[in-house]
Write a protein that binds this ligand. Structure first.
Ligand code: AMP
Ligand code: MG
Length: 519
């Protein structure tokens, strides 16, 4: 197995001089060297062949060499694994040092002009593991593995996944934090991204008033990941922040488009590249509900519910602005960027929603059409994915009832009566009228909508079914879903069974709609 190793982060940035793998507060450094834990009896469950190709991996993905490296058994020649130091604001409060507590970076590789950092998640403790074990269980690893690749194919900026390995070790977990711990199968995912640097990497250095290392990290990030911005200067730092804001906005708009709820949008889970990162208690909107969050840890305040995600990104950007301030020492340009974010959000969100409706021309009443739709969608439980996919079948000049076209999306069709029915009929009539102002034929519009509204997403219960089977040693469903989600916008008629509402058994099931942090 050969890779074009080009380590940058660990070669160009200051390392923690302590080499022992002991928990500690790290200062004046961006990372600590640490070796992965030797797994007892590793076995390969799945590989993303596309990802292997993208990183330029030569040699067989079924070889012992591959398993050795991506289970943490063997270190790639000439590399020194490390854990990154970062802090973060968790649920609105500064949490101090966090860091890669269960992630170990193996190396960075270059292929076809792209940089890829390879990181094992669940490969054992690091100086940042705090009170936890540095391990990951099969269930959460399958969720990250399947979802990150699915998001990529949906066109959402995201970290990716190369491999999923069983460690052969048992891991103790209290799934719902209710005093009922049990042993589960341990697993390791190799995640891949151009960089895993987070907002929190900058925040920790600012909090420590270590401006020298902060500057080194910002300069490094610009040099390797925003090279077009040029040589670092105050203006370039501002431009850098502006780009991070723009990329983060783009990311969160994609989340809103496909109905993805991250669940833990703490600043340590915000990628500086605007990638979706850290797939924990995420979930997919089934019933369209602005207030929904899959994260039971956040049930009381619903800070990270679906509808607040764009505002949370803004809040997180403010924390990043504070961290960058020592290099800029002027609040006004940073505030201006935050203002721009708000302005752009106001413009971009309706454009995104309009694209879901197949509306591409300008019209003064579109906001009303969006607002009334969002309201009526929430009056009875309506499946987001099915609704928007079926909406493409509405015909502009056919007075047929639009409700018939989308009826499969309603969880309880008996609710579509009286006032709710009237609201829907009014909406469809306004919608059809509006379609008449578009220059597209019904077929052209449907084609455009089907590129925006996925037919298949990783519904919460689908991941759970794959997990349940995998726990019993059957990985066929894992593979089926992995392949299904590579073409989320295609009809795939033989996969129609996954174009279905959440079954009733999954409504309140742990793992389906109820998940907790750091499983
Ligand atoms: P998360 O909520 O998954 O983003 O994690 C927040 C912090 O807790 C990060 O610093 C993680 O590295 C750390 N963490 C989560 N799970 C574990 C674990 N099992 N062992 C060690 N650290 C962990
Ligand atoms: Mg995290």
């Amino acid at each position: 197995m050969k890779l074009n190793i080009k380590d940058k982060f660990s070669k160009e940035l200051p390392a923690d001089p302590v080499l022992q793998n002991t928990r500690r507060q790290v200062r004046n450094a961006c990372f600590s060297f640490v070796m992965p834990k030797q797994p007892t009896n590793p076995s390969l469950l799945h590989v993303s062949a596309e990802m292997a190709k993208a990183i330029g991996l030569t040699g067989s993905i079924t070889s012992k060499d591959f398993l050795d490296v991506f289970s943490g058994t063997k270190v790639i020649e000439g590399t020194k694994p490390y854990a990154m130091c970062y802090g973060g604001h968790q649920f609105g409060s500064w949490a101090g040092q966090l860091g890669d507590g269960r992630a170990i970076n193996l190396a960075e590789v270059e292929h076809e002009g792209k940089n890829w950092a390879l990181q094992l998640k669940g490969a054992g403790e690091t100086p940042y593991s705090r009170t936890a074990d540095g391990l990951a269980v099969l269930r959460s690893s399958i969720r990250e593995y399947l979802c990150s690749e699915a998001m990529y194919y949906l066109g959402v900026p995201t970290t990716r996944a190369l491999s999923l390995v069983l460690s052969g070790d048992k891991v103790l977990r209290d799934v719902m934090y209710d005093g009922n711990p049990a042993y589960e199968k341990g697993a390791i995912v190799c995640r891949v991204a151009p960089s895993f640097i987070r907002f929190g990497n900058f925040e920790i250095l600012a909090a420590q008033e270590d401006v020298k290392t902060l500057r080194a990290l910002v300069d490094f990030t610009i040099k390797h990941h925003f090279p077009h911005l040029g040589k670092p200067s105050k203006e370039v730092y501002i431009a850098f922040f502006e780009e991070v804001a723009a990329k983060s906005l783009e990311m969160v708009l994609h989340w809103q488009r496909v109905g993805f709820v991250h669940g833990v949008m703490n600043t340590d889970n915000m990628s500086i590249l605007g990638l979706t990162i850290d797939y924990g208690p995420y979930g997919w909107l089934e019933g369209y509900d602005h207030g929904w969050t899959p994260n039971t840890t956040d049930r009381a305040h619903r800070r990270y519910r679906y509808s607040t995600q764009p505002q949370v990104v803004l809040w997180n950007l403010l924390k990043l602005a504070n961290a960058l301030y020592p290099l800029i020492e002027e609040a006004e340009p940073l505030q201006a960027v935050l203002g721009t974010y708000q302005d752009e959000l106001k413009v971009a969100y309706p454009i995104m929603m309009k694209s879901k409706l197949g509306l591409f021309e300008k019209d003064g009443k579109d906001q009303e059409l969006i607002d009334t739709l969002e309201a009526v969608l929430q009056r009875s439980e309506t499946d987001m994915t099915i609704f928007f996919r079926l909406l493409a079948k509405v015909k502009a000049n056919d007075a047929q009832n639009g409700l018939d076209v989308v009826k499969e999306a309603f969880y309880d069709p008996r609710e579509i009566e009286g006032d709710i029915r009237k609201s829907w009929e009014d909406w469809f009539s306004a919608y059809r009228k509006r379609l008449g102002k578009e220059g597209k034929s019904d077929t052209e519009r449907a084609t455009a909508m089907n590129l925006v509204n996925p037919k298949y997403v990783l519904r919460n219960y689908m991941a759970q079914l794959a997990i349940d089977a995998a726990e019993k040693g059957d990985y066929t469903l894992l593979d089926e879903l992995f392949n299904l989600l590579k073409k989320p916008y295609d009809e795939q008629p033989n996969m129609q069974k996954w174009f279905a509402k959440r079954p009733e058994w999954a409504r309140n099931k742990v793992g389906c709609s109820m998940l907790s942090c750091s499983s």
